[in-house]
Design a protein around this ligand. Structure first.
Ligand SMILES: *[C@@H]1O[C@H](CO)[C@@H](O)[C@H](O)[C@H]1NC(C)=O
Ligand SMILES: *[C@@H]1O[C@H](CO)[C@@H](O)[C@H](O)[C@H]1NC(C)=O
Ligand SMILES: *[C@@H]1O[C@H](CO)[C@@H](O)[C@H](O)[C@H]1NC(C)=O
Ligand SMILES: *[C@@H]1O[C@H](CO)[C@@H](O)[C@H](O)[C@H]1NC(C)=O
Ligand SMILES: *[C@@H]1O[C@H](CO)[C@@H](O)[C@H](O)[C@H]1NC(C)=O
Ligand SMILES: *[C@@H]1O[C@H](CO)[C@@H](O)[C@H](O)[C@H]1NC(C)=O
Ligand SMILES: *[C@@H]1O[C@H](CO)[C@@H](O)[C@H](O)[C@H]1NC(C)=O
Ligand SMILES: *[C@@H]1O[C@H](CO)[C@@H](O)[C@H](O)[C@H]1NC(C)=O
Ligand SMILES: *[C@@H]1O[C@H](CO)[C@@H](O)[C@H](O)[C@H]1NC(C)=O
Length: 352
């Protein structure tokens, strides 16, 4: 249980010019649960810290708009149960139309995400990860025009990714891993111009892998491990055209068919396609010189290890175990070392 420090401090660095709207709601890790309200003006001049345990609404009223004071009070009541644990996200959050950061990560907040969050139209960072949130993602989140980052990983959120997320044109980060998000990845998300991280691993996604995702202009990381796509799903050949990709991780996704040629992705550093039912032979073309990790283990691959797997200067981990590969391990596969029997066994390749 959280211990409640009785602290109440207001730091006014600049008494003028602030719009008096709460811009930043932050509840850090449980031990010292507090909400900090930060109001930024261009030179970050005014900082107001309110420690919930002793929230003095009267004093706050002098600097915070009355509507927001009422909303803060309601949020406080919804957040704190008789055991002084955080409880849920209040619909009153919708009143904070100037707030830019909602940060309640690593608490024990349960319940669902209120659709009123869609009214927080200034919101840039939605940081809800590491809680016990359930229920679906409200489609209203997709109407937040300034959202830079959605961090909802490590909750128990279920239901599909709302189609409205195609309107999140400023969003760079989807961190939604470790939930129970289900259904098809909307192919329309491929129009998101600024998305760099798409982390949807450890969910309950089904359907197919949209070939359109290859069109995302800035995507660096695509991580979908531990989902169960429909039988017969394959890795689209177009994924070899993801020009900025650094990491492709599709471990244990029930994928079949061939491995696409990823050799034209200039800075690809990490490939994990393990524990699927991929078949055919490993594409022979030379991968990026930045590659550090290639894990193709636990598939149904046949043929030989490409000679181009030698002379990959940064390669640290290569796992090809549990396939049906044959032929010899290229002796130059590790730049300056000759493979010994242990390493060959690890590769899952019979020595000749
Ligand atoms: C995206 O926004 C446009 C314009 O506001 C709207 O017409 C459209 O319905 C939205 N798309 C989705 C899928 O919500
Ligand atoms: C996400 O879920 C996977 C599978 O249950 C687990 O191995 C992993 O540790 C989880 N990740 C985090 C950051 O908790
Ligand atoms: C996963 O999604 C399927 C529908 O695709 C649903 O029937 C099942 O209950 C979901 N499982 C979990 C753990 O959410
Ligand atoms: C791969 O498996 C599919 C069935 O899943 C089969 O139709 C195809 O012929 C196989 N390809 C190779 C190269 O073995
Ligand atoms: C190695 O890769 C290069 C460049 O992708 C390609 O031209 C060449 O054919 C490959 N070598 C073999 C033996 O496949
Ligand atoms: C992959 O190999 C396993 C074991 O060899 C076999 O049971 C399974 O049918 C194969 N799957 C495909 C899609 O070929
Ligand atoms: C290696 O695999 C290929 C294709 O699967 C097969 O044609 C060939 O006979 C195999 N060679 C050996 C030595 O097993
Ligand atoms: C290969 O498969 C066996 C049996 O399923 C498993 O115990 C082992 O961990 C697998 N090896 C790798 C490297 O995944
Ligand atoms: C083989 O290489 C592994 C990893 O570098 C090393 O731990 C092991 O001692 C080596 N075995 C022999 C017989 O040289």
């Amino acid at each position: 249980m959280a211990t409640w420090s009785i602290i109440y401090s207001i730091v006014l660095l600049l008494p003028t010019a602030c719009q008096n709207q709460a811009h930043h709601l932050r509840i850090p890790m449980c031990l010292n649960v507090k909400i900090a309200i930060t109001c930024y003006i261009p030179v970050e001049a005014l900082v107001v810290w309110l420690y919930w345990s002793s929230l003095l609404i009267g004093a706050v009223g002098q600097i915070t708009h009355p509507v927001e004071v009422t909303a803060l009070q309601a949020i406080k009541n919804s957040l704190i149960d008789p055991n002084q644990n955080l409880r849920s996200l209040s619909p009153e959050l919708g009143r904070f139309s100037y707030m830019k950061i909602l940060d309640v990560m690593w608490n024990k907040i349960s319940g669902s995400i209120p659709k009123e969050i869609g009214n927080m139209i200034s919101l840039e960072l939605l940081l809800l990860n590491g809680n016990q949130l359930t229920g679906p993602l409200p489609e209203e989140i997709g109407y937040l025009p300034n959202l830079d980052r959605i961090q909802i990983d490590q909750n128990q959120i279920s239901g599909p990714i709302p189609k409205s997320f195609v309107n999140l044109t400023k969003t760079k980060h989807f961190h939604m891993n470790n939930n129970s998000i289900s259904g098809q990845i909307p192919p329309e998300l491929s129009t998101l111009p600024n998305l760099v991280h798409m982390l949807l691993d450890n969910n309950n996604l089904s359907g197919y892998l949209p070939p359109e995702l290859a069109k995302m202009p800035k995507l660096l990381i695509l991580q979908l491990d531990n989902n169960h796509f429909d039988d017969g799903s394959t890795i689209p050949a177009s994924y070899g055209d993801m020009s900025h990709l650094l990491k492709l991780s599709l471990r244990n996704c029930n994928l079949q068919g061939p491995i696409p040629d990823l050799s034209t992705i200039p800075k690809l550093g990490y490939i994990d396609l393990s524990s699927n039912q991929l078949n055919g032979s490993i594409p022979p073309n030379k991968l990026s010189e930045y590659i550090t990790t290639i894990d193709l283990s636990n598939n149904n691959l046949t043929g030989t290890i490409p000679v181009n797997f030698s002379r990959l200067p940064r390669l640290q981990r290569l796992s090809l175990a549990n396939n049906s590969l044959n032929g010899s391990v290229p002796s130059t596969i590790w730049q300056n070392r000759i493979l010994n029997k242990t390493e060959s066994t690890f590769l899952g390749v019979a020595e000749q």
